[in-house]
Ligand binder design. Structure first.
Ligand code: AP5
Ligand code: MG
Length: 193
């Protein structure tokens, strides 16, 4: 198994590049943002609770997200590996993921952190807001999401850096160019499928 975290602030291209990586390397894509939006659209109790946080640009509580992930990993026990997008987002989530994978006799092998200047993040997300239908893609909530990232999520990079697993990747430029930088790092562990 090969397990990858695609890390980075809101708008850094995690979703975009996850799609490319998933098809090139045949990994299972787990995006907590997508999973939560699915719960919201089905109006499940979890979704109704999560929406209160998402609409304010705040992180959903750790226990909600960790519970959701565990089930997802079990559903795809035969996978070649996973790509985690938007998870883990706090130190507690990172520690929970490490334990969960250890229990399954595997681990995170690589964390690729997309680095994009803040101005460009805002520009991309405001641009996406015109068509995404995402209630959090407006300037006020975008600012809060970015603030939340620096307050709570950035530390996750330090957690994996201490394990020698972190690689920083320049996340501005063309989508293809960034994909090729990401692929180069992944190919040190896994050949394209
Ligand atoms: P989530 O869905 O994870 O959103 P996010 O982190 O804010 O990131 P985005 O999905 O907005 O950006 P992205 O990095 O995927 O970039 P994308 O590829 O789309 O989370 C949403 C909310 O859910 C959170 O605020 C929180 O409330 C909750 N949540 C989720 N996970 C959680 C967790 N683990 N714990 C607690 N709460 C959680 O690209 C963005 C735009 O830029 C697109 O329009 C794209 O086309 C464009 N673009 C991409 N690459 C380029 C490029 N190279 N050049 C130009 N444009 C580009
Ligand atoms: Mg995304």
């Amino acid at each position: 198994m090969f397990n990858l975290i695609l890390f980075g602030p809101p708008g850094s291209g995690k979703g975009t590049q996850s799609a490319n990586i998933t098809s090139a390397f045949r990994l299972e894509h787990i995006s907590t943002g997508d999973l939560l939006r699915d719960e919201v659209s089905r109006q499940t109790p979890l979704g109704v609770e999560a929406k209160k946080y998402m609409d304010q640009g705040l992180l959903v509580p750790d226990e909600v997200v960790i519970g959701m992930i565990s089930g997802k990993i079990d559903e795809q026990a035969d996978a070649r590996g996973f790509i985690f997008d938007g998870f883990p987002r706090t130190k507690a989530q990172a520690e929970a993921l490490d334990k969960l994978l250890e229990f399954k006799n595997t681990e995170i092998h690589l964390v690729l952190a997309l680095e994009v200047p803040e101005q460009e993040l805002v520009k991309r997300l405001v641009g996406r807001g015109a068509t995404s239908g995402r209630s959090d893609d407006n300037e006020e909530v975008i600012a809060k999401r970015i603030k939340e990232y620096y307050a709570k999520t950035e530390a996750v990079a330090g957690h994996y850096n201490a394990q020698g697993k972190l690689e920083r990747i320049q996340g501005s430029g063309t989508i293809d160019g960034i994909f090729s930088s990401l692929s180069k790092e992944i190919e040190k562990y896994l050949l394209p499928a």
